[in-house]
Ligand binder design. Structure first.
Ligand code: FES
Length: 101
């Protein structure tokens, strides 16, 4: 694992996400009520980018066809069992956000 600075806190406002390319990996970074979560960026349905999705607590809704994922665990919450996005550890140091990839 490599810890990489990917953003500063002000870039990701509460209830929003941002897609990042970290060493060639597409990651969606979310701010859920002041806690930051990072998951793989593409929905397992048809590769929709999850970063612009609506965030409600720890849940993000894919903007394309409304599949829901828990952004802390990566788990898909509807339709199919056992589908899980890759999650990445997030570390905050001061105003800087780091992700382990
Ligand atoms: S691409 Fe995400 S729900 Fe279809």
């Amino acid at each position: 694992m490599t810890r990489i600075k990917v953003a500063v806190k002000d870039e990701i406002i509460i209830g929003k996400g941002k897609e990042l390319n970290v060493n060639g990996i597409r990651i969606a970074l979310f701010n859920a009520n002041g806690k930051y979560y990072a998951v793989e960026a593409l929905c397992r349905h048809q590769d929709g980018s999850l970063a612009p999705g609506k965030v409600d607590g720890e849940i993000v809704e894919c903007p394309l066809h409304s599949w829901h994922y828990n952004i802390r665990t990566g788990e898909l919450l509807d339709y199919l069992g056992g589908v899980k996005l890759t999650t990445y550890d997030v570390d905050i140091k001061g105003n800087d956000i780091y992700v382990d990839v």
